[in-house]
Design a protein around this ligand. Sequence first.
Ligand code: IPE
Ligand code: IPE
Ligand code: MG
Length: 244
Amino acid sequence: MFFKRKTDEIDKTRLPVHIGIIMDGNGRWAKKRGLPRSAGHKAGAESLKKIITEANNLGIKYATVYAFSTENWKRPKAEVDYLMSLLMDYLVNAEKTLAGENVVIRAIGSRKELSEEMRRQIVKTEEFTKNNTGIVMNIALNYGGRDEIVHAVREICREAAAEGKSADDITAGDIESRLYTAGQPDVDLLIRTSGEQRLSNFMLWQVSYAEMWFTDKLWPDFKPADLHRAIADFQHRGRRFGGV
Ligand code: IPE
Ligand code: IPE
Ligand code: MG
């Protein structure tokens, strides 16, 4: 007999520790409504606040959200500028709203291409929220998985040269400890909205054994109930990590 399982039932003792979210589909959401893409990004930012609040309330420990990729600079300047201003607002407001909810906010990605103002705000928001004890929210901003690995390898090479270490001494742990997410666990559950089923350079190292969950919903339409569904599905999968 096949019973349809109640999709929103979550076992709070078996939550994914780290969720990754590729928040995709803002542009299509706006287009469907005859609005400019910027309206989709604005709605997407609202969606993000709700989802982080929900994840925090559920007791999820880490959430990494893809906000701007190293490839997104290819977009028209006006869109890039708008996305940057939204992210800036997000960081500023986060001090008032998400920080009050005990969220730890961090930015991951390469900072040198960001404006001076954005870099300063990142440091400020990180500093302001660092002693919070709730969910750690990594905002992937000018983030690329390949860039992150290149960055780690460069550091390893520099240190190895200085210490006279041989190539054979390099371990996976050496790479891991130099990623932007150093010290954090791997991603358990990866969510991507908008029907696309690809990584688009997100967390290449950290998603090695993540369970992938896709939905056709566009990011601004993604609701706390959808997060519940993703987690409930995750809890019904058998993870083996290469074992039996
Ligand atoms: C995701 O939505 C947000 C970013 C990539 C910054 P998109 O802007 O990619 O929306 P679509 O995929 O064009 O619909
Ligand atoms: C991935 O979405 C990046 C973010 C969600 C920030 P894209 O919309 O940039 O990815 P592609 O181009 O469809 O692969
Ligand atoms: Mg997209």
